[in-house]
Design a protein around this ligand. Structure first.
Ligand SMILES: Cc1cc2nc3c(=O)[nH]c(=O)nc-3n(C[C@H](O)[C@H](O)[C@H](O)COP(=O)(O)O)c2cc1C
Length: 196
C-alpha cells in the first residue's frame, strides 16, 4: 500500500519529541543552525547520537563540510529559540536569541539548554530528502535536573508531567518534578504531556 506524505506526517506528529537546535559553523566562520526533533541516541559505547537534517538546508551543507555539529536540547524557557531557528531569519541573526558559548570543538552551544553535545560527524546516510548524520560525542554539558525539557507533539510545544504525580526525587538522575517514589520507578515510570 502506498503511503501518502500527509498521512505519514499526521502519524509522526503523534510522536512526542524533545526539541533541539543543531548548530554548525559554515565556511568563513558564519554560524548556522536549525530546530530539529529528529535526534536520537545510538550507542553509549562509543557515545554516539544521530540527527536527521533536510539536505536542502544551509545547515546541512555546513555540517557535512565542517564534519562537526552541536546538539542543544532545549528547555521549556527556550521556546523563542526554537521558533527562531525554525524560521526564515538569516542564519547568523538566529543567534541573537539566547546566550551562546562553546565547548571543545568551538561550535555554538546554548547556555540555557538542558544538555548540549559537541559532535564529530562519523557517518552520513542519505535517505530521501534528508541526511542522517551520526555524531561521535566529543564533549557534553548538562544543567541541573530541575530544568525541564521542551517537547513537541501534535504541532505544538509542551512539557512533561508525570502521569502518576510528582513528588520529591530519590535518585540522582531523576528530577524531583517527575519522580513519584523509588519503588514506583522500579516498576517503570509513565509519562504525561501537557500543552504550554
Ligand atoms: C518542532 C520542529 C522540529 C523540526 N525538526 C526538524 C528536523 O528534525 N530536521 C529538519 O531537517 N528540520 C526540522 N524542522 C524544520 C527546520 O527547523 C526548518 O525548516 C528550518 O527553517 C531549516 O533551516 P534553514 O533555514 O537553514 O533551511 C523542524 C521544525 C520544527 C518547528
Amino acid at each position: 500500500m502506498a503511503i501518502d506524505r500527509e498521512s505519514f506526517k499526521t502519524g509522526m506528529r503523534r510522536l512526542a519529541a524533545g526539541v533541539c537546535v543543531i548548530t554548525s559553523v559554515a565556511e568563513g566562520g558564519r554560524r548556522c543552525g536549525l530546530t530539529a526533533t529528529a535526534v536520537c541516541a545510538v550507542s553509549a559505547d562509543p557515545p554516539t547520537l544521530l540527527v536527521c537534517v533536510n539536505s536542502a538546508t544551509g545547515s546541512y551543507a555546513a555540517m557535512s563540510a565542517a564534519k562537526h555539529f552541536a546538539v542543544n536540547l532545549l528547555s521549556v524557557e527556550d521556546k523563542a529559540v526554537a521558533n527562531r531557528f525554525a524560521s526564515a531569519i538569516a542564519p547568523e541573526e538566529r543567534f541573537s536569541q539566547g546566550s551562546w558559548s562553546t565547548l571543545v570543538t568551538g561550535w555554538p552551544v546554548l547556555d540555557s539548554a538542558v544538555a548540549v553535545f559537541d559532535c564529530v560527524v562519523c557517518q552520513v546516510v542519505e535517505v530521501g530528502t534528508h541526511g542522517v548524520l551520526f555524531g561521535g560525542i566529543e564533549a557534553l554539558r548538562f544543567r541541573q535536573p530541575h530544568v525541564k525539557p521542551l517537547l513537541y507533539a501534535h504541532g505544538v510545544y509542551g512539557r512533561f508531567v508525570a502521569v502518576d504525580g510528582a513528588q520529591n526525587g530519590s535518585r540522582d538522575h531523576v528530577p524531583p518534578w517527575i519522580s513519584p517514589d523509588s519503588r514506583f520507578l522500579e516498576d517503570g515510570l509513565r509519562w504525561g504531556f501537557m500543552w504550554m
